[in-house]
Design a protein around this ligand. Sequence first.
Ligand SMILES: Cc1cc2nc3c(=O)[nH]c(=O)nc-3n(C[C@H](O)[C@H](O)[C@H](O)COP(=O)(O)OP(=O)(O)OC[C@H]3O[C@@H](n4cnc5c(N)ncnc54)[C@H](O)[C@@H]3O)c2cc1C
Length: 281
Amino acid sequence: MLRSRYDVCTSAKTVLLVYAHQSAGSFNAAVKTAAVDELKKQGCRVLVSDLYEVKFKATATEDDITGAVKNPEHFCYGNETMLAWQEARLASDIVDEHKKLKEADLVIFQFPMYWFSVPAIMKGWMDRVLTLGFAYTLEKRYSEGIFRDKKAMLSFTTGSHETMFSSNGINGDMNVTLWPIQNGVLNYCGFQVLAPQIFWAPTHLSPEAREGLLEGWRTRLQGLLNEAPLAFPPADIFDKGKGFQLKPEVREKQADSPFGLTVGHHLEKPLPPQSQMKAGV
Ligand SMILES: Cc1cc2nc3c(=O)[nH]c(=O)nc-3n(C[C@H](O)[C@H](O)[C@H](O)COP(=O)(O)OP(=O)(O)OC[C@H]3O[C@@H](n4cnc5c(N)ncnc54)[C@H](O)[C@@H]3O)c2cc1C
């Protein structure tokens, strides 16, 4: 029922690292540097958007458009920025990120988890750079999305231990936490979403254990571009004429399964285990 869209890396690729940490001495900085070094070693071209370094504007406002907006009485960010994109009137920092994104085969978002999500500056990157028209339209989204030939993944650190983010841990299931960004942002724009890289509670580990995490990351990076992505439902199993509801025949086929389709499309059944954490489940 679910499909992973998967193509194997055969030649040198461009990787965009969207990075959000304030400190060059942080564990996130070490993870970012490991990725840059390892990917370059493989012959990849690596582009880095260091969001705090450039003081990336996090708010989606009229200032993102040069020239007059079309409807100042009722400013509608999505429509206005789509027009500005079509007319080459977007702010230069957005244009720069569009250029990098267009060239990227893989986008890695590197960040410390903030409030079960990405830091505001990175959410601002998503709000402002994933412009309507450029990154998605109502016709081109999910499996038919504009970035369906690109891959993306979340790589992040937590303050909490892994046990706390389990289905009976105090924070609840990490699969649920990841769904809004992995499905609602990355899969929505069509990206093939690779399994997340989670560095659990590095602050509470010994220096040796942290070095072990970095070593594991370097090893994963060696095969990252050839990894199969997570599975998400194809857009055509939802009926456009019926408010994009799951087609009845698909729901019927799913009736015998002990699990729902995804974290979001759970069909009032138990969630498919680890579906936002591991490919091939
Ligand atoms: C606003 C806010 C919201 C938050 N929300 C959440 C949440 O919802 N859920 C949650 O779990 N956590 C949350 N946190 C905690 C946060 O996610 C963690 O503090 C963060 O992920 C830790 O990563 P870091 O890179 O900042 O660690 P750091 O503290 O920078 O690093 C950890 C340790 O690694 C060391 N280190 C640096 N470089 C290396 C290296 N090369 N090799 C070995 N060691 C190295 C550092 O010296 C340090 O001792 C939140 C924090 C804030 C401020």
